[in-house]
Write a protein that binds this ligand. Structure first.
Ligand code: AMP
Ligand code: MG
Length: 342
């Protein structure tokens, strides 16, 4: 396949043209990479098994990993669901449009290939203006996992998509860098209480508060048994090895870096609070000490480390607190030793 075309969206005219061209491609059963507020997605008609196969093929994604279905109205969400629990209604009212995916019983309109054979479907109403306009123009929901080969780092710019899928897909819509920067929070609302399947920038505390529940909403243990398809222990990974360290002093950091015996241009250190006063034999970068800003910058930074040939990326241990759970989850998965399941 020739290299993907890139459609810009930075004027109203270009935006509208990109919506129409992408919708035409998706109506004919094709796939296209599109911007969302979380990460770039690889979209196809969620009602068409043939179109969905194109997503799995381009990504090399295992068919046991379900896709999130994106909608742009409450009515569209309900056509995808066999049942719309009260909890879904409450959380949708609170957080949609936005980076929250609700797992509900799937309707017969959703093909089994979307849900990886399971009885539920993950639904999300994205806030990104391009994604919303595209879904409205198509008038069908769009299944869209992240626009990267399976098990690679998610893309947060059109350039990231081009670098990894540019030869495998026909079209990439460019709307600049994603505002959230990590994948949506996934919440199972089929039970009495919300259950977080994948942490994200909308935290467990926010979910509990919106649901009117005092107690904590349970988080999955990253190393626990698989609760649903798609919860691999190693995921969201850069090519470089990734490690989480905490250090008490500059001397301790210097000592640990030195013991890695690595060329300084291949060892990257990502700090958010402890800035070494003297140079150390590594590439040191400073990240924001704020979970939302950190999430926005994180994948971009990891892509850059990979591009610069990093062998080891050290990330300073993150602060405690549920606001950091989304970033912490990606960090734990990316630094897990090896894939446990496919
Ligand atoms: P991605 O599309 O790469 O962001 O991954 C989507 C993730 O959402 C999957 O890996 C699952 O963890 C989760 N997910 C999607 N649909 C479901 C579902 N029906 N049940 C449970 N988890 C889901
Ligand atoms: Mg993904």
């Amino acid at each position: 396949m020739p290299t993907a075309a890139i459609l810009p969206t930075h004027t109203p005219g270009l935006f509208n043209q990109a919506v129409l061209k992408t919708a035409r491609l998706l109506r004919s059963g094709g796939v296209a990479a599109v911007p969302s507020e979380t990460v770039y997605g690889l979209a196809a008609n969620a009602f068409s098994p043939v179109a969905i196969r194109g997503i799995y093929r381009a990504k090399g994604r295992p068919s046991s990993n379900p896709l999130i279905v994106h909608v742009a109205t409450a009515a569209m969400a309900r056509t995808c669901a066999a049942d719309w629990p009260e909890l879904a209604e409450v959380l949708a009212r609170h957080f949609w449009p936005g980076p929250l995916t609700l797992v509900v019983p799937k309707s017969s309109k959703i093909p089994d290939i979307v849900s990886a054979g399971g009885p539920t479907v993950g639904l999300r109403w994205p806030s990104h203006p391009f994604f919303q306009s595209l879904i409205r123009e198509c008038d069908f929901p769009l299944a869209a996992p992240s626009a990267n080969p399976s098990d690679h780092l998610s893309p947060t710019t059109a350039e990231h998509v081009m670098a990894s899928l540019g030869q495998r897909i026909p079209l990439i819509v460019d709307a600049g860098a994603c505002a959230v920067g990590i994948e949506s929070t996934v919440v199972d609302v089929t039970g009495q209480r919300p259950r977080i399947l994948r942490p994200g920038i909308i935290s467990a505390d926010q979910i509990a508060q919106a649901a009117g529940m005092d107690a904590d909403v349970a988080l999955p243990a990253p190393e626990g048994p698989l609760r649903s398809p798609g919860q691999l222990s190693r995921h969201y990974s850069p090519k470089a090895r990734l490690a989480v360290w905490s250090w008490g002093s500059d001397a301790e950091l210097l000592d640990r870096v030195t013991r890695e015996s690595m060329p300084p241009e291949r060892l990257f250190v990502l700090t958010h609070s402890r800035v070494p006063r003297d140079p150390i034999p590594a590439q040191v970068s400073f990240m924001p000490d704020d979970p939302e800003a950190f999430a926005r910058a994180f994948y971009g930074y990891l892509h850059e480390c990979d591009d610069r040939g990093a062998a080891l990326v050290v990330v300073e241990e993150l602060p405690a607190g549920s606001a950091w759970d989304g970033v912490r989850d990606r960090l734990l998965r990316a630094s897990a030793p090896a894939a446990r399941a496919v």
